[in-house]
Design a protein around this ligand. Structure first.
Ligand code: PEP
Length: 261
């Protein structure tokens, strides 16, 4: 983390879990556990159908809301899609683009991910652009080459000067939902590499302003050491974000990691 130059963000990705009628109980529990004095931004990225309900249930709790995907198109005959305009009208702040599950199941490519990021930015919201290698790519020594390519592809859709408004999430695919976490050194090294790519393309000021999150089985037990790495500015949390106590403990870990820095 480097709080002088950029935000620390703990964002929960609910994926396709909970039904709207379960949201209020979740919110009550979360409110009870979340630390009152927070040293980071907290956000919940939930199914489209839950955004309004959750916002109402957690109003006045300084939590940002958002979605897990978006259409790259503006409007029109795209049955089943949800546009950036619709999300901004619901006061969404963050939108995940390029999650590995969307790349795997919905055919997102590095180019559609870039288009989606641009659509989100165009409506004044913040895209959380996910990148990360597969196990095979890691084992073949291609981690940095592959994530560099993904970052460059997404960046080619981001106008100069808008870097401060994006977030990048490094999510090694082999660590998502598997209980297997990248070590702090492994994750920190890739996040530092991503920042170096940003620096080379957009300059030092832009590079140091971008929050880079780590995602992949982050939990209360490993959060503090991961968040202690200088280029890891928070977490994108899947499974643990569905457990209010665990999610809150990860938020607490930000303060503990900062104390040790
Ligand atoms: C995710 O879905 O973005 C994620 C990091 O999931 P998990 O924390 O469950 O690995």
């Amino acid at each position: 983390m480097n709080k002088k130059y950029r935000k620390t963000i703990i964002a929960g990705n609910w994926k396709m879990n909970l039904v709207p009628s379960e949201v209020k109980a979740f919110a009550d529990e979360l409110r009870a556990f979340l630390p009152k004095a927070r040293t980071c931004e907290v956000a919940l990225l939930v199914p489209y159908t839950h955004i309004s309900t959750l916002r109402r249930a957690l109003k006045d709790n300084r939590i940002g809301f958002g979605a897990q995907d978006v259409s790259a198109r503006d409007k029109g005959a795209y049955t089943g899609e949800v546009s950036a305009d619709m999300l901004s009208d619901m006061n969404a702040h963050y939108v995940i683009v390029g999650h590995s599950e969307c790349r795997q199941y919905h055919g997102d490519t590095d180019f559609t991910v870039g288009e989606k990021a641009a659509a989100v930015l165009g409506k004044g919201m913040c895209p959380i652009i996910c990148v990360g290698e597969s196990l095979e790519q890691r084992e073949r020594g291609l981690t940095m080459a592959y994530t560099t390519y993904q970052v460059l592809a997404a960046l080619s859709y981001i106008p100069e000067g808008k870097e401060r408004q994006i977030v990048i999430a490094y999510e090694p695919i082999w660590a998502i939902g598997t209980g297997r976490t990248a070590s702090p050194e492994e994750a920190g090294e890739v996040c530092a590499g991503i920042r170096a790519v940003l620096r080379a393309k957009r300059g030092a000021r832009a590079a140091r302003s971008v929050s880079i999150l780590y995602g992949g089985s982050m939990n209360p037990g490993n959060a503090k050491t991961l968040l202690s790495m200088p280029d890891i500015d928070g977490g994108l949390i899947g499974g643990a974000s569905l457990k209010p106590r665990d999610f809150s403990q990860i938020v607490d870990a930000v303060a503990l990691a900062a104390q040790e820095a």
